[in-house]
Ligand binder design. Structure first.
Ligand SMILES: [Zn+2]
Length: 257
């Protein structure tokens, strides 16, 4: 039995804590303090640390935690972050606390970004850091827009019932932007209303389901007519546009809004 729960950090980060009867893992511990106090409260030790990318709000607590518990820090190869003790690359498979995770390289937000994917007996799990968000995607800081597009394309091919654990609670503002792109998307309106309700009750909107993302996340819908028509009009693209141009224009619009 796998249990996954969020530990809140900073303003809107989620550090994911995953446990089985074989141990306990944290994903992207940007801050050690909330993790330490939680582990002390439940009286458990840490088994491993998983890192998706080098940003400080995902790695800042890793060193302190790894020293205290004497555990490995898994993360992307060739990272700017120097605290990784087990470097991972595309198609590597790791077994932590009894669960197999395969590594998917998803550069764009940063060049070193990876995701951890587990089939988990037909209840698939994805930890994807700041690449795919509920209702949105990460900003393109280090890679190219095309890289980010290709990375999202990889994630789009995962099973529809994949549970998506991303690094931030950005869902409401993401969905508000999505509604600008697709005013007539009925599932999107429903999702926005549910999200507002959850946030009012201070509940996380994560994990989300890939199937829901495919229906409502404009950054996974550059191939859809409704998204293309909106972006084409707004940015005066000519008829020869392709999906990458649509994605790029959508991402830049979100950056400026
Ligand atoms: Zn980041």
């Amino acid at each position: 039995m796998i249990k996954i729960e969020p530990i809140k950090a900073f303003n809107d980060n989620y550090i994911w804590l995953m446990s089985t009867n074989e141990g306990l893992v944290v994903v992207d511990p940007g801050d050690a303090k909330p993790v330490l106090s939680y582990l002390e409260k439940i009286g458990k030790n840490l088994s491993h640390i998983l890192i998706t990318h080098h940003h400080f709000d995902h790695t800042g607590g890793a060193e302190e935690l790894s020293k205290k518990y004497g555990v490995e820090v898994y993360g992307p190869t060739s990272s700017i972050y120097k605290g990784i003790t087990k470097e991972l690359k595309e198609e590597d498979v790791i077994n932590v606390i009894g669960i197999d995770f395969s590594v998917i390289e998803i550069p764009g937000h940063t060049l070193d970004h990876i995701a951890y994917y587990s089939e988990n007996d037909d209840n698939p799990i994805l930890f994807c850091g700041d690449t795919l968000f509920a209702g949105g995607c990460g900003r393109v800081f280090e890679g190219t827009y095309e890289q980010m597009y290709q990375s999202l394309l990889k994630l789009k091919k995962l099973p529809l019932n994949t549970q998506i654990y991303c690094g931030h609670e950005y869902t409401q503002s993401n969905l508000a932007f999505a509604l600008k792109v697709e005013k007539e998307n009925i599932p999107l309106h429903k999702r926005f209303d549910l999200c507002v309700q959850s946030r009012k009750n201070n509940k996380p909107t994560i994990p989300s389901l890939l199937e829901v993302e495919l229906e409502t996340n404009p950054f996974l819908r550059s191939d859809k007519k409704s998204v293309q028509e909106c972006i084409m009009q707004k940015f005066n693209l000519n008829e020869t546009y392709n999906d990458i141009e649509i994605f790029t224009a959508t991402r830049k619009w979100k950056d400026d809004s």
